[in-house]
Design a protein around this ligand. Structure first.
Ligand code: ASP
Length: 431
């Protein structure tokens, strides 16, 4: 076990977790046992990851920005980053729309199944609708207003306010660059050291990752609803998965073409982050590991990764936008609605914006899906149709979200001449 590389250990943890969950839920007492004695360890693991997220963003972004000798570099990096993020998100939505229009998974659902699904998940869907309604009432500039915190400590208190923390960190970093080094070096040294410490903590947390994902998956399987409902949604699931696969291939081709790095090298470096994203369903919780992998194992300079990745974790959700497009059309199909080209173009715009607005936490993509549905005139109650399979799809789309962020960081680094040799060849073996 000691010799196994980290991603294999995580994979083993996942497989054992699913098997254990399936076996134990055959017994009446099994579910209670998992909920009370196994799930808490999964929760602790996620909490530790979240615990580190805000300090990491602060330290790494402040360090990253203050390392830039001149501020114009920030705007060239910012422009490329946002441009690439938008481009990949629009590509993702387009791939999703194309596949769902070819496969047409919604046309296969029988009236019986539809009624069954709608009644089973109606209350869960209603809860998501009310959260989304509050977001919909806000004006068009609300997102901009929300970006700027009025109190940094309040912003840091809530892991959902990552963009505000990012805003503060960049602003603070700019301040450091603008004052003479003689005065700024105390603060700069402090954040440099803080950054190192946090990266070390991530190393320690990763030792526990295989056990954490075991607990998470065992609990997930034990809590799952009946298998019949899963079957009815099989084709829809396959459609989303196929789209996510195409998106991943798109990244791999981009990375190979633009950076010249081999696909195997990229996948080997990033796989622990992908597996963790899969297990936690949260890009924010995975951020510390994505950051470490990209820097140490893929050779992206810290200047770039500490800027590109935290922003990506919050605004670049290609897996989510692809899923939202497929889900919206799927729901329309099950209700027998024919979406016009105009309506589908509208979905491209709203799914892009909705994925940017989705928080990097489990289930957030589904909350924002309500807005996509409302915009396209698709009945929001249709959310109930896809509830049963949302969690497994969330796991997969989160892995794609993280892969997208990592790919963009490699490309931006290449363009800025900041892609070097990885510091660690195969540090996996140390875990
Ligand atoms: N769970 C996703 C993430 O954290 C967001 C979502 O699609 O629900 O990236």
């Amino acid at each position: 076990m000691k010799k196994l590389p980290l991603h294999l250990k995580i994979l083993l943890g996942m497989l054992l977790g699913v098997t254990f969950g399936l076996l134990i839920s055959q017994f009446e007492w099994g579910k209670g046992l998992v909920m009370h004695w196994i799930k808490p360890f999964g929760t602790i693991f996620i909490n530790v990851l979240k615990l580190i997220a805000v300090p990491l963003i602060l330290a790494s972004l402040i360090k990253g920005v203050s390392d830039l000798k001149d501020i114009t570099k920030l705007s060239s990096m910012g422009g490329r980053t946002i441009g690439l993020y938008l481009l990949t998100t629009i590509t993702a939505v387009t791939i999703g729309l194309s596949i769902v229009n070819v496969i047409k998974p919604g046309n296969t659902i029988s009236d019986e199944t539809r009624t069954e699904l709608l009644s089973v998940y109606a209350s869960d869907a209603a809860a998501k609708q009310s959260v989304a309604a509050a977001q919909k009432e806000a004006g068009p500039l609300q997102a901009l207003v929300d970006l700027v915190p009025s109190n940094i400590f309040a912003a840091m208190q809530d892991n959902g306010n990552m963009l505000q923390v990012i805003f503060f960190a960049i602003f603070f970093g700019i301040g450091i660059v603008l004052i003479p080094p003689k005065k700024s070096h105390y603060v700069k040294d402090f954040f440099d050291a803080l950054n190192e410490i946090i990266l070390k903590l991530i190393d320690l947390i990763m030792i526990a990752a295989p056990y954490g994902v075991f607990a998470l998956l065992a609990a997930l399987v034990a809590e799952a609803p009946s298998a019949d409902l899963f079957k009815a949604l099989g084709l829809y699931t396959i459609t989303v998965l196929l789209g996510l696969l195409c998106m991943t291939i798109f990244y791999l081709i981009l990375v190979q073409l633009i950076t010249g790095k081999k696909i195997g090298f990229f996948l080997k470096g990033i796989s622990p982050a992908q597996l963790l994203a899969f297990s936690t369903s949260s890009s924010a919780a995975t951020l510390p590991v994505t950051m470490e992998r990209v820097q140490e194992h893929l050779g992206v300079d810290e200047d770039v990764s500490s800027f590109v990745l935290p922003i990506g974790a919050t605004i670049n959700m290609d897996g989510t936008s692809l899923y939202q497009a497929v889900a919206a059309v799927f729901i329309a199909q099950t209700f027998g609605m024919d979406l016009t080209l105009g309506a589908q173009l509208g979905i491209i715009a709203t799914a892009t914006l909705a994925s940017i607005g989705s928080a990097a936490v489990p289930g957030a993509g589904m909350v924002m899906l309500v807005i996509v549905l409302a915009q396209a005139g698709i009945p929001e109650a249709g959310l109930a149709l896809i509830f049963a399979v949302d969690r497994p799809l969330d796991m997969c789309r989160t892995a794609v979200n993280v892969t997208g962020d990592a790919s963009v960081s490699l490309m931006v680094a290449k363009w800025l001449g900041k892609l070097g040799k990885p510091k660690v060849k195969n540090r996996n073996d140390h875990y």
